[in-house]
Design a binder for this molecule. Structure first.
Ligand code: FAD
Length: 369
């Protein structure tokens, strides 16, 4: 490694590494990123690409998500990368789901959310991908955007290199921060808790979550998903909906009627890629040990639920995979200082794409850059 390679060394070229590199580089600092693989291959390329402020709890995290969204758009525009600023719909087909959705739309605007209750006819105007049979209505929110994670994570390093001179060292596993010879380091190594600062991470209480995902073949060019889709199961998943008094009844009904969905932590989201495929998932299995083997049963449960609200020209599945993220049981992310001038930033759970650029901006400000 060259002496004093950069002002700041970043370990990991997932979205947190990229976002921190951008935050520093646009402030004029020299940055070197070290990634052990030949390209990002962790949670950041395995997700839906949803920038999803509506899922964040009111207050600091929702504000961070909105700021992150602004920065995402700034960088996507500058890098000329595709994205869909199409918002989101949470579609509801049961009375208890509609109670939660309506209550959220009444209370959330006072807390800073931009959202609106749509009846079935209005929701169907917003989306041709929703099944009309039994649809009661939907929460419409314009703030969500979808990026193509595989395209963005492959292209953003090139953009950061060309635009800001950020240097990427691929196939370079970092085992010792001091060897990097930088004035400061930011460690964004996702769910790797074993290589750098294992004691610090182990004692932080962080764990892992495994998620199963699928992708269809490309839809015809004439058909667009429009807003990214969620449905009733998602209302019990994101923290933002915990403001609803009606949520308990929905949770209880799902636990009684659909225990296998609780068992595997399933809720169903649908987004579209730049190439027209639909990304459909997901499940949540928590624990430090992640099984390398996926369960066909989980994919079937996800697809069966998706077919209840989603209509698209082709739902034949072309790819199955799983992703793993780091998650803290109580905190929305971890920012630890295991040594002077070193920050470990991880455990953004299911919201790392959403929070990335906003969180990175906060980190570099706190570090005095
Ligand atoms: C299936 C799935 C769906 C999701 N959907 C969404 C979504 O739609 N919206 C959303 O906001 N969030 C979503 N998330 C969460 C989001 O993807 C993660 O929070 C985020 O990608 C974490 O980014 P990261 O940079 O911390 O980790 P990663 O993407 O895992 O990147 C860490 C990188 O560090 C590298 N690395 C590790 N150790 C070393 C080392 N010692 N030296 C060098 N390199 C190292 C790894 O190779 C890896 O490339 C989803 C996650 C999953 C798994």
């Amino acid at each position: 490694m060259p002496a004093r390679a950069a002002d700041v060394a970043i370990v990991g070229a997932g979205i947190l590494g990229i976002a921190h590199a951008y935050a520093l580089a646009r402030r004029g600092h020299s940055v070197a990123v070290y990634e052990r693989s030949s390209q990002a291959a962790g949670a950041s390329v395995r997700n839906f690409g949803m920038i999803w402020p509506i899922g964040q709890p009111a207050g600091r995290m929702h504000e961070m998500a909105l700021r992150s969204r602004e920065l995402w758009i700034e960088v996507l525009e500058a890098a000329r990368l595709p994205y869909f600023p199409a918002g989101s719909l949470h579609a509801v087909y049961r009375a208890d789901e509609a109670d939660v959705a309506r209550e959220f739309c009444e209370r959330a605007p006072d807390l800073g959310y931009t959202c609106e209750w749509l009846n079935a006819a209005q929701a169907l105007v917003r989306s041709r991908a929703l099944r009309p049979e039994g649809l009661i209505g939907a929460i419409w929110s314009p703030t969500e955007i979808t990026v193509d994670p595989r395209v963005a994570l492959a292209q953003l390093p090139r953009f950061l290199g060309e635009q800001f001179g950020v240097r990427f060292h691929w196939n370079t596993a970092v085992c010792d921060i001091d060897a990097l010879q930088a004035s400061a380091a930011i460690v964004c190594t996702g769910h790797d808790f074993e290589t750098l600062y294992p004691e610090v991470l182990r004692s932080s209480g962080v764990t892992r979550c495994k998620l199963q995902m699928m992708r269809t073949r490309p839809q015809p060019e004439s058909w667009q998903l429009g807003p990214a889709l969620a449905a009733g199961l998602t209302l019990r998943f994101y923290e933002s909906f915990r403001i609803c008094r009606t949520l308990d009844a929905l949770r209880q009904r799902i636990a009684a009627e659909m225990p296998e969905y609780d068992r595997w932590g399933i809720h169903v989201l649908v987004s579209q890629t730049a190439g027209g495929e639909l990304t459909i998932g997901d499940s949540h299995e928590y624990g430090a040990a992640v099984s390398p083997f996926d369960r066909a049963e989980i994919d079937e449960l996800i697809l069966s639920y998706a077919r209840g609200f989603l209509q698209a020209p082709g739902l034949e599945i072309a790819q199955h995979w799983h992703g793993v993220y780091a998650k803290h049981p109580e905190q929305p992310f971890l920012a630890l200082s295991p040594a002077p001038h070193v920050r470990v930033v991880t455990a953004t759970g299911g919201a790392g794409m959403t929070l990335s650029f906003g969180l990175a901006e906060d980190t570099v400000k706190e570090m005095g850059f």
